[in-house]
Design a protein around this ligand. Sequence first.
Ligand SMILES: Nc1c(NC[C@H](O)[C@H](O)[C@H](O)CO)[nH]c(=O)[nH]c1=O
Ligand SMILES: CC(=O)[C@@H](O)COP(=O)(O)O
Length: 165
Amino acid sequence: MAVKGLGELDQNYDGSKLRIGIIHARWNKKIIDALVDGAVQRLKALGVTDANIVIESVPGSFELPYGSLQFLQRQQAKGEPLDAVIPIGVLIKGSTMHFEYICDSVTKALMRLNFDAKVPIIFGVLTCITEEQAEARAGLIQGKMHNHGEDWGAAAVEMASKQPK
Ligand SMILES: Nc1c(NC[C@H](O)[C@H](O)[C@H](O)CO)[nH]c(=O)[nH]c1=O
Ligand SMILES: CC(=O)[C@@H](O)COP(=O)(O)O
C-alpha cells in the first residue's frame, strides 16, 4: 500500500505564538478521541502551548461547518482569536444515502468557510465505508496506518504560519 499522509513540512514552523481551535463531532467517540489526541500531540510538537489549544465539540459532523463559524466568532468576541481551526469528524457509511449527503455537504461547507472566514480551516473529517477504515486512519490498528490527526495538526500550524500578518 502506498505510504500516504503528510509529506515533510516545507520548513520548520514555530507554533509558540499560534492559537489553534479543534472542534470535534461526538459520533464514534473512540475514533474521535484518537484523532483529537493525534492532532494535539503534533500541535504541541510544533510548539503550540497547551493554553493555546482550544477544544470544543458539536453533536455530529453535519454541525462542524456552522459550529466552526460559531467557534471562530466566540473566540474573536473573547479577544482570543483563532489562527486556524481543525474540525474533526468520523462519518461511517450506514445503510442509506445519509452518509453521502453529509459527506458532500460538510466537505463543501468547510472548504467554503476558509474563504468566508479568511482563517485556515483544516479538513479533519474521515469519510469511511467501514469502521475498520476509520480505526486504521486514527492509528488504532497496530501496523496499519498512521493517525491522520497528526497530519491535521501540522497542516494547521503551516497554514496559520502562512497567513498574511
Ligand atoms: N451518522 C453519523 C453522523 N450523523 C449525525 C449528523 O452528523 C448530525 O449530527 C445529525 O444529522 C443532526 O443534524 N454524524 C457523524 O459525525 N458521524 C456519523 O457516522
Ligand atoms: C453517516 C451516517 O449518517 C450513517 O451512519 C447513518 O446510518 P444509516 O444510513 O443506516 O441511517
